[in-house]
Design a protein around this ligand. Structure first.
Ligand SMILES: Cc1ncc(COP(=O)(O)O)c(C=O)c1O
Length: 394
């Protein structure tokens, strides 16, 4: 392997959100932060070198996102995910969540219903509520083997003529599913039948573990192309969220124009010059690094899995297909949600995301971000092992 990911650059005393907000979120700085979804893994050199090179030019003025950047992305999407987008279908956005908010405004009106499949990344439901749209909750179904799937019957029973938009998380944060074609097709059938636009958040699509394969929603069929707004972020894959750049692909011209009408009002324009360069470099040169990263991430997950197997009555680790976010079923510990959070903070010294923040269905769960160096992962395992052992002895 060319990259080892054994260590990573220290982020303490930088403005890293994951560290800076510890006191506010956990009441102490004495926790290893395993919450917000960026990586404690160095942003790759081919990205940083491209930025350094750009800075050799003395002027950093307004710039357009160059065609070559989108062409690099289009090529990546075709090779990696088997979906073909044309240049005119691609739009810049500084953030996937911002794009989601634009979609809510563009495709729904106050009082319309927007489908959200909980437990899910909190901005999905916050965005709907903030826009005064009605939240149509279609909770995922938890199966006996600890994995989740869509609850299509529940969805069928709730859709009505006010239902205008579905916010799909694919792959899914926090439950780690990479949706199968048959599952997506069921969603598609319903959305086509009821004229529902699908906002498909595919920000985690590059972080999928073999043999699982990410299927872009827009690639399902011509019908899917017609109703889908695909949000693709690069921040997760190459740990460059700080560049604040992502993109949106909309193949249906009318949907694209409606999206743009709202988008242009916000005046987000074209983003930052340095992010353009970083974006292109990642798509152009990122394949080898990303493949090695995924091997590393899966090793970390495996370590966590081995640990959880030592305490099966306390923690069940949800099988993972994609993302670097482990979903821990901690109901066996017998704590309420506050106590559970406190256990991780004060007994294990770990700052995780509370499952309940992803929706009521997340009660009794915790989300652990395992995108860290192997040295740090060993530390996490040690801390959690000690806390669980102590709990056993009580
Ligand atoms: C599913 C999902 N969508 C969007 C985001 C955030 O994307 P952005 O920073 O581009 O708004 C995250 C970050 O954790 C995420 O997990």
């Amino acid at each position: 392997m060319k990259y080892t990911f054994q260590t990573s650059t220290c982020r303490e005393n930088t403005n890293a959100e994951k560290y800076v907000l510890r006191e506010k979120l956990f009441g102490t700085n004495e926790v290893m932060p395993l919450w917000v979804a960026d990586m404690d893994i160095d942003t790759p050199d081919f990205v940083l070198d491209a930025v350094r090179k750009r800075l050799e030019h003395q002027i950093v003025g307004y710039e357009e996102l160059p065609q070559s950047a989108f062409l690099a992305q289009i090529e990546w999407m075709k090779k990696e995910h088997g979906v073909e987008f044309a240049l005119e279908e691609m739009l810049y956005s500084h953030s996937v969540v911002a794009s989601m908010n634009v979609a809510i405004e563009a495709f729904t009106e106050k009082g319309d219903k927007v489908i959200v499949q909980t437990p899910v990344y909190p901005p999905f439901f916050h965005s709907v509520i903030e826009h005064e749209r009605e939240l149509l909750k279609n909770p995922l179904k938890l199966r006996d083997d600890g994995t989740y799937t869509f609850d299509i019957e529940d969805l069928k029973s709730k859709i009505n003529e006010k239902t205008k938009l579905l916010l799909l998380c694919s792959p899914h944060n926090p439950v780690g599913r990479v949706w199968r074609r048959e599952e997506l097709e069921q969603i598609l059938e319903l959305c086509v039948k009821h004229n529902i636009v699908v906002f498909s958040d595919e920000i985690h699509s590059d972080l999928v573990y073999a043999p699982n394969v990410h299927i872009p929603f827009a690639s399902l069929s011509a019908d899917a192309r017609d109703i889908t707004v695909t949000a693709i972020g690069i921040g997760k894959s190459f740990n460059m969220a700080g560049f604040a750049i992502s993109s949106v692909a909309i193949q249906n011209k009318i949907l694209r124009e409606n999206f743009l009408k709202v988008y242009n009002r916000t005046h987000f324009a074209n983003g930052s010059t340095l992010s353009h360069v970083a974006f292109e470099a990642a798509y152009r040169d990122g394949k080898e690094w990303l493949e090695e990263l995924k091997i590393h991430l899966y090793k970390n997950f495996y370590m966590l899995d081995e640990l959880c197997k030592k305490y099966p009555h306390y923690i069940k680790l949800t099988p993972i297909e994609g993302t670097y976010l482990a979903w821990l079923d901690c109901r066996g510990l017998g704590f309420g949600d506050r106590e559970l959070r406190d256990f991780f903070i004060h007994k294990a010294g770990l700052g995780l995301s509370a499952g309940i923040s992803f929706g009521r269905e997340g009660s009794g769960f915790m989300r652990l971000n395992f995108a860290i160096s192997s040295d740090k992962m060993l530390e996490v395992i040690k801390k959690l092992d000690e806390a669980l052992l102590l709990k056993c002895r009580q």
